[in-house]
Design a protein around this ligand. Structure first.
Ligand SMILES: [Zn+2]
Length: 139
């Protein structure tokens, strides 16, 4: 998923503190953080040009303009959206097939979508459901 930082009103203080450099930067969303409220954006700019040489910044979705999905073809996990069960920090990330609210492991989940885009399921996320990871990776 490709995104541009348009604002930093809702993002964590650490990100806001470098707002002068970050607003207007483009990058790729590499991870979904904090129960889906934050995106970890890897910026396109060289690390040398960025504050502290840091390329990955947590940014609130409301501060991002999402303008495209990277098509990473050939990997079955890309066919699933991210869905959550549970609440807050304990929420578990499940893989959800398109057009359903039932995850691969049979949980009834709430799918996340941002600006009309569904967030892809990431099997490497900290709170990814192990059964969903296993099922999503079956041929
Ligand atoms: Zn699951």
């Amino acid at each position: 998923m490709r995104a541009k930082i348009v604002d930093l009103l809702h993002s964590p203080a650490r990100t806001r503190a470098s707002g002068a450099w970050l607003v207007g930067q483009r990058g790729t969303v590499v991870m979904v953080l904090r129960n889906g409220t934050l995106a970890l954006l890897e910026l396109d700019s060289a690390a040398d040009d960025l504050p502290g040489g840091v390329r990955r910044w947590p940014v609130h979705w409301d501060d991002l303009l999402v303008y495209g999905m990277e098509s990473v073809s050939g990997h079955p996990v890309d066919d699933y959206r991210l869905g959550l069960s549970g609440a807050g920090r304990q929420a578990v990330q499940h893989a959800v097939p398109l057009d359903t609210k039932i995850s691969l492991c049979g949980e009834s989940v709430y799918p996340l979508s941002v600006c009309g885009w569904s967030i892809p399921f990431s099997p490497t996320a900290d709170r990814a459901c192990l059964e969903c990871v296993h099922r999503a990776e079956l041929p």
